[in-house]
Design a protein around this ligand. Structure first.
Ligand code: SF4
Length: 177
């Protein structure tokens, strides 16, 4: 385990005491289960990220899930048409809390070059996004950096955040229960 995973603790011979929030944050951070929602070219960059050269598995999240119910990090990669929007939203809604969303590339984040009637101009119009990765396409290093940013959020998130009035208001603004 790298020093990045060292948490604030009180240690002595044969024991260690720390805060539950910190321990849960460390465990969650290092065991994210991504759901890749890849619709076009950014998905190819993700495939490169998974392959041996970039080795996504180094971050504890090589176990991809294609079932929303067994995933906690939704990675949206590619152009999302308005027709696809409801599908993406359903996938998000089927994920259990806590869940995080990474928007990869210009298309997922803003519609990219496709400023047309048929393309969603950013997935944050239908679901909340935690981290945006810029680029068209983003390189695998950028995707990895986005995942590291998600890990920072996960590590520092309070166990009570999902019950907070602010989080409930965020969900209500998207009309999600
Ligand atoms: S951001 Fe660029 S590379 Fe990614 S899906 Fe859109 S057009 Fe393709």
């Amino acid at each position: 385990m790298s020093n990045d995973n060292k948490i604030e603790s009180y240690e002595g011979p044969g024991f260690m005491a720390s805060k539950l929030d910190l321990l849960v944050g460390m465990a969650r951070k290092n065991s994210l289960w991504p759901l890749p929602f890849a619709t076009s070219c950014c998905g190819i960059e993700f495939m490169a990220t998974m392959a041996s050269h970039y080795d996504f598995g180094r971050f504890g999240c090589e176990r991809l899930s294609f079932s929303p119910r067994q995933a906690d990090m939704l990675m949206v990669m590619g152009t999302i048409s308005k027709k696809m929007g409801p599908v993406l939203r359903q996938v998000y809604e089927q994920m259990a809390e806590p869940r995080w969303v990474l928007s990869v590339g210009a298309c997922a984040s803003t519609g990219g070059i496709f400023d047309t009637y048929s393309v969603l101009q950013g997935i944050d119009r239908i679901i909340p996004v935690d981290v945006y990765v810029p680029g068209c396409p983003p390189r695998p290093e950028q995707i990895l950096d986005g995942v590291l940013q998600i890990q920072k959020l996960v590590e520092n998130e309070s166990l009570r955040r999902r019950e907070s009035p602010e989080y409930k208001a965020l969900m209500a603004s998207y009309n999600i229960e």
